[in-house]
Each structure stands twice: as structure tokens, then as C-alpha cells.
Design a protein around this ligand. Structure first.
Ligand code: NAI
Ligand code: ENO
Length: 366
């Protein structure tokens, strides 16, 4: 028998989950969104089987419901769910980047029929909206699950089965563990990335060349600052109780570094950098973390007509898709470096092999 799945909020994440779940022919997928154009797009592109403008009516038909609206809207939808009377069982999940307030609200659901298991697929992009949705967005990503007090293990398994085509790795955590860890590795870095960009912007007045020189490393560490500001504003405020102490710790850390510089303490600075390098080098490169990483190959090329085309054609001939291309430090008549970014480690390694076999000098980060 077909299972009915309702996805509320068909943006980047909801749309991607819908496209993924839609591949399962034994699912009937209903999409709900406040934005009419999103619903029209979802139906026209067969991302859902049916659209609805009425959340309560739609949820009454569903066996599963995934809330994929902005975090504050998701909390409002849970409040609505608390008032719904159901005559069949329903598993509800969400995709919110912050879990504390969501799970607090979910634990207020009293209906015996409803089982809430929080979810957070830890992959995404700087884009928003259904047009950016992709069925394979969560492949090889961590997908955190936070079962509510009354959710059974069997229900968690049913949700995992529904989401199995995402090819994510599921991890069960409680809301506090989730929010502390994602603050450290995602929310706080986002805040710092935006602050670094703001600093460059304010220095631009004095040095108008700054934007031109800020390629390479600066662009790498600030990439996440190009994301959807509305979503991040919501995340910051939903998680501010954890973010504020992290900011306090950071200020202390900066003060310590400042003192080390003021006192010419070169040894301590060296150890600080060395420890950071060791920790970073130990990070798991095979898995996609909270901030999606790309796999880069740096290729030496000569600045001559057709040089880039040759590289691209070689990879295209082997059906390798390049996520991003950047030319670093290219100057007339001397070797330039092409940075090719791939979504998977396999594509990175295959490309390096192909390019090396064709005589290119290549490098990748270990
Ligand atoms: N963008 C990312 O990289 C990631 C986002 N998330 C979480 O996913 C959730 C959605 O984010 P995105 O898909 O990126 O945003 P988005 O802006 O692409 O999509 C949000 C969608 O929700 C709809 N919406 C807003 N209020 C609604 C309501 N009350 N009822 C129904 N639909 C409503 C909007 O019309 C829009 O279509 C957020 O909670 C975010 O924290 C989780 C992982 C990654
Ligand atoms: O690309 C970015 O900006 C990201 O950091 C993606 C992302 C955004 C929000 C999440 O909860 C998880 C991943």
C-alpha cells in the first residue's frame, strides 16, 4: 500500500527531500508551502504528486510529515500539529538547523497517534528556493535525528527507511548535543565568516584593491558568508543561548593572541599554529561535514589560448562534472594555477589521475 508523505516548506531542503523521496514509487507525495509559485513549480516539475494550500487537511492524509520551513515557522507548524485530532498514526520530522526550541515544542504534543523525531540533514548550499533543489543533495552527508521523549525506536527506524534514498549517514543525538556541536562547527563559523567579510569591506575604503586581492584563501574561509541571510538570522536567534558564550570565548581567545603578539611570544604563537594545524589535519576528509566541502585539484597551466578548454574537455570526455573553476594568480606568459572543485572525492582523484596521465602537474590537499 502507498504511504502518503507531506512536506511542508518546499525550498532548497524541502524540495531536495521531496525530489529524493519521489523516486520511491510506493510513496504519494503532497507538498505544502505558503508560496504559490513554489507549489506550481513543484507540481510542474513532478517534484510532488499533489500540492495543498491547507496544512491541516494535508496532514490528516499523511503517514509522514516533514517540516522544512525556516526554524521559527517550523515551531509555529508544530504548535498547529498539537491541536490536530488524528485517527491514524503519523510520524513527524523536521529539517531545522537548530533543535532546542523545536524539540521543546515537539515534546508538548500529547496525541498518542503522533510521533515526532527531529531531523537535520547536514548538507545544503548558499542557494535557496525550490529551483536549487537536488535529489542527491544529502548523499554521504550526516543526517542527525533527535527523537522526542515519546518517539519509539521503531518509529525512528521507519523514518530512516523513508529517508534511506538520501544515502546519508544517520546519527541520533539529543537536542543539546546537536545544538552545541552545530554551533561550534557551523553557526559560529558562519558568524565569523561574515565578520571577516565585514572587516575586508571596511578596509576597502582605504585599499580599493582589497576585493581583487581577496581571491584564494580569503574566498575559501568566507565562502559560507554568501548564504541566505534570512535563514541564518533565524538560526542565530534560535541558537543564541549557545552562540553568545561562544562569542565570549572567542573574544578571550583573541585577547590572548593579541597579548602573545604584544609580548613578542613567538614560541607560544608557534605552538598555537602547530596545534591548530594538527587538529585540522586530523579532520575526516572522507565524510562531508556540516559545512559542505568541495574536493579541489590544482592544475598548473600555461596562459595560452585554449589551455583551460583542454583541461575541461579532458574531464568532460570522461563524464566528470566540475562544480567550480577558478583561476589563481594567472599572469601573462607564466604558469597559472587552475583550481577545479568537485563534489566527490572519487571525481577529485579520477581527475587528478587523468590530468597527470596527460602531462599536467597537479596537486591536491592530503
Ligand atoms: N539551506 C541549507 O543549507 C540548510 C537548511 N536547513 C534548514 O532547512 C530549513 C529550510 O531552509 P531552506 O530550504 O534552505 O530555505 P528556503 O528559503 O530555500 O525554503 C523555505 C521554504 O519554506 C517556505 N515557508 C516559509 N514559511 C512557511 C510556512 N509557515 N509553511 C510552509 N512553508 C513555509 C518558503 O516559502 C520556502 O519555500 C531551515 O529550517 C534551515 O534551518 C538545514 C540544512 C541545510
Ligand atoms: O553552505 C552553507 O552555507 C552551509 O553551511 C550549509 C548548511 C547550512 C545549514 C545547515 O544547517 C547545514 C548546512
Amino acid at each position: 500500500m502507498k504511504q502518503t508523505v507531506l512536506i511542508a516548506g518546499l525550498g532548497l531542503i524541502g524540495g531536495s527531500l521531496a525530489a529524493n523521496i519521489k523516486q520511491n514509487k510506493s510513496v504519494h507525495l503532497i507538498g505544502f508551502d505558503l508560496d504559490q509559485q513554489t507549489l506550481t513549480y513543484a507540481k510542474a516539475n513532478q517534484i510532488v504528486d499533489e500540492t495543498s494550500n491547507d496544512f491541516v487537511q494535508a496532514i490528516k492524509k499523511a503517514d509522514f510529515c516533514i517540516l522544512a520551513a525556516p526554524v521559527s515557522q517550523t515551531i509555529a507548524l508544530i504548535k498547529t500539529i498539537e491541536t490536530i485530532d488524528l485517527n491514524h498514526s503519523l510520524i513527524v520530522s523536521d529539517v531545522s538547523s537548530v533543535k532546542g526550541n523545536v524539540m521543546e515544542e515537539a515534546d508538548k504534543i500529547v496525541s498518542e497517534q503522533i510521533s515526532f523525531i527531529g531531523g537535520h540533514p547536514m548538507a545544503g548550499s548558499h542557494k535557496k528556493g525550490i529551483e536549487a533543489a537536488k535529489a542527491h543533495l544529502f548523499e554521504n552527508a550526516f543526517y542527525i535525528l533527535t527523537p522526542s521523549k515519546r518517539a519509539s525506536e521503531a518509529d525512528t527506524e521507519k523514518l530512516k527507511a523513508l529517508l534511506s534514498a538520501t544515502k546519508s549517514t544517520f546519527i541520533v543525538l539529543n537536542a543539546k548535543e546537536h545544538d552545541e556541536m552545530t554551533s561550534v562547527i557551523s553557526h559560529f563559523p558562519h558568524l565569523i565568516a561574515s565578520a571577516l567579510v565585514q572587516q575586508a569591506k571596511s578596509w576597502e575604503k582605504k585599499h580599493p584593491r582589497i576585493p581583487g586581492l581577496a581571491a584564494g584563501g580569503f574566498r575559501d574561509i568566507t565562502r559560507i558568508a554568501s548564504s541566505n541571510p534570512g535563514m541564518w538570522q533565524d538560526i542565530f536567534f534560535q541558537n543564541k543561548d549557545i552562540l553568545i558564550p561562544l562569542i565570549t570565548d572567542w573574544i578571550t581567545e583573541m585577547d590572548t593572541l593579541k597579548t602573545l603578539l604584544e609580548t613578542n611570544d613567538k614560541i607560544s604563537i608557534y605552538h598555537y599554529l602547530e596545534q591548530a594545524r594538527e587538529f585540522r589535519d586530523g579532520l575526516d576528509r572522507e565524510k562531508r561535514g556540516a559545512i559542505p566541502a568541495f574536493y579541489d585539484v590544482f592544475v598548473d597551466i600555461f596562459d595560452q589560448p585554449g589551455a583551460i578548454k583542454q583541461v575541461i574537455s579532458l574531464l568532460a570526455d570522461h563524464a566528470i562534472s566540475i562544480k567550480n573553476i577558478e583561476i589563481l594568480e594567472i599572469r601573462e606568459d607564466i604558469t597559472g594555477v587552475l583550481r577545479l572543485s568537485f563534489v566527490t572525492r572519487a571525481d577529485q582523484l579520477k581527475s587528478q589521475q587523468l590530468l597527470s596521465n596527460s602531462g599536467y602537474e597537479t596537486t591536491i590537499e592530503d
